[in-house]
Design a protein around this ligand. Structure first.
Ligand code: G3P
Length: 224
């Protein structure tokens, strides 16, 4: 089954959606944490409570050389959670991924804008690959096509890396990539809400309530 994440540091929204969705955990990035004004440790501690169980957390390094990224990854990996270390899939990042995998750290290659970039990260041993669907679309690319190519490359080479699709502006993008058989997806809160928001649903449910009340008043189904 696809792993479903929320791409947010908003604990209230995670608490809300954890009730109605089978969330595997959350993903963050430096921008998300900077906007939330909460540090990583505080955010993860609250998310752990909000999600319960053993959620998986994806947290990104902010260092800029392979050696520093590795040191940062070791520290992230020491946190008392199921951690995945996010590393930008740059030349330094790929070098860092090779070092991290030699130490058994679980790694997500992030900031992926092309299928070849994701493929190289997978060859370096990344466990997850995060192509940025909406950001690719915004620069006149085709995020869904990039993911289709990347999934094909993974399949043909029997690479175990999972695509964790990221960066969405609407539900259509999310559904299009999920149809490709990817292993994971992370959604922003607004797009998650859109998945529930078909305009025909509420009127249909209201009609059931109205018809029931007319026939049976306040009694419940099993009382009729
Ligand atoms: O972590 C990457 C992803 O969150 C980017 O999303 O909405 O900033 O393009 P966005």
């Amino acid at each position: 089954m696809i792993e479903l994440y929320l791409d947010t540091a908003d604990v209230a929204q995670v608490r809300r959606f954890s009730k109605s969705l089978p969330l595997k955990g959350i993903t963050t990035n430096p921008t998300i944490l900077a906007k939330s004004k909460s540090g990583l440790k505080e955010t993860l501690a609250e998310m752990q409570v909000a999600l319960g169980g053993q959620p998986r957390f994806h947290a990104q390094v902010v260092s800029d050389t392979a050696e520093k990224m590795l040191e940062e990854a070791r520290q992230l990996n020491e946190l008392p959670y199921d951690m995945v270390v996010k590393v930008p899939a740059t030349e330094q990042g790929l070098a860092a991924i090779k070092l991290m995998k030699a130490e058994g750290i679980t790694v997500l290659a992030t900031a992926i804008y092309s299928s070849q970039q994701g493929f190289l990260a997978a060859l370096c041993g990344a466990d997850y690959l995060a192509p940025y669907v909406n950001r690719i679309d915004n620069i006149n690319g085709n995020g869904v096509a990039v993911i289709a190519d990347l999934q094909m490359l993974l399949d043909k080479n029997e690479l175990k890396a999972k695509i964790l699709a990221a960066s969405f502006k609407n539900a259509q993008q999310a559904m299009d990539v999920m149809k490709l058989g990817i292993g994971a997806i992370t959604l922003p809160v607004d797009v998650t809400a859109q998945l529930f928001a078909h305009p025909a649903v509420a009127p249909a449910v209201e009609q059931f309530g109205h018809d029931w009340k007319e026939a049976f008043g306040d009694s419940l189904s099993f009382e009729s």
